[in-house]
Design a binder for this molecule. Structure first.
Ligand code: PLP
Length: 316
């Protein structure tokens, strides 16, 4: 149920009930957290965006002078967030997440699978490291992976993507075995999710499994067909989830392809019911090949998507 109140009355003795002021907790947010917690087999906390969840988690766990080991080639914005926090004395080093994390770090940040490279982290190697482990599981979703069952301390989501699933919610989540300290930090710093997006998350979760299974089938099929296409130089797909990337000859070719699709929308983000594709070079610069296109498969018919890609690739 959607409850937009910010306050709830005290009980007959004048004592606070479970909910009293929405910065501390609110029923719709709590219900969505309970549902996500069931899916991830942990305790979930919602935040106003995925990046907000990242910021809250890092600030609550670390101290000035600490270093994060960040999976190289992961979501570009995570490094940008860490950089923004560097003036408070937080550092990060990048490492290849398919192997063990480096020594001397206080937090390990993995991504399953990485966006846009599609690498999967070595979760066992990370769990053997003394530092706490965060897995950004935005692309895998609990349909494909539950990081806590593989020794991770926290799973993190941009809820904006698959969990909400309709490109109309900005929200983030952290799930852990015990999130009491993070909950207190969230209340004190006010990085709190609102009821309306939480309600949309509840609606999205009802179809999560159906959507993600279909998006995975579609992405698997498109990856196979793209691999056989003469204009495509490389395809990266982890074999799970709806996200893949592929390379055409160069930046000019990528631009021609992305503006030539009719069904696939030329837009950023991923995880929604509508397929979107974009050149990542515009955002990430030299960190990615100029010809790299990132495609998020939606729920459209796979043959219609393929026909759209084929006609667009003709322009490359
Ligand atoms: N993590 C991943 C893997 C993402 O793709 C994104 C957004 O693109 C984020 C985190 C950040 O989430 P938000 O945009 O909800 O702040």
């Amino acid at each position: 149920m959607l409850d937009r109140s910010t306050i709830w009355p005290y009980d007959e003795q004048g004592e606070p009930r479970e909910f009293y002021y929405s910065r501390y907790g609110s029923p719709t947010v709590a219900e969505a957290e309970a549902r996500l917690g069931e899916l991830e087999r942990g305790e979930a906390l919602l935040f106003p965006s995925g990046s907000g969840a990242t910021t809250a988690l890092v600030l609550s766990l670390l101290e000035p002078g600490d270093t994060i080991a960040l999976a190289e080639g992961c979501y570009f914005g995570t490094g940008v967030t860490f950089q923004a926090l560097s003036k408070w004395g937080l550092h990060y080093v990048e490492f290849d997440q398919t192997g063990p994390p480096p020594d001397g770090v206080q937090l390990i940040w993995l991504e399953a699978p990485s966006n846009p490279y599609g690498t999967m982290p070595d979760l066992a190697a990370a769990a053997a490291h003394p530092a706490p482990v965060v897995v950004d599981s935005t692309v895998a979703t609990p349909v494909h992976l539950r990081p806590l069952e593989h020794g991770a301390d926290y799973a993190l989501h941009s809820v904006t993507k698959y969990l909400a699933g309709h490109d109309d919610v900005l929200m983030g989540a952290v799930v852990g075995a015990n999130v009491d300290e993070l909950r207190t930090f969230r209340t004190r710093t006010g990085i709190v999710a609102a009821p309306d997006p939480a309600w949309l998350l509840l609606r999205g979760l009802k179809t999560l499994e159906l959507r993600v299974r279909r998006q995975t089938e579609t992405a698997t099929e498109l990856a196979a067909r793209l691999r056989a296409h003469p204009k495509v130089e490389a395809v990266r797909y982890a074999g799970l989830g709806g996200l893949l990337s592929f390379d055409v000859a160069d930046g000019a070719a990528a631009r021609r392809v992305e503006v030539s699709t009719r069904l696939i929308v030329n837009a950023t983000s991923l995880g929604g019911v509508t397929s979107v594709m974009e050149s990542r070079h515009r955002w990430e610069g030299d960190r990615v090949p100029t010809g790299l296109l990132r495609l998020s498969a939606g729920l459209e018919d796979v043959d219609a998507l393929w026909a759209d890609l084929v006609q667009a690739l003709d322009f490359s």
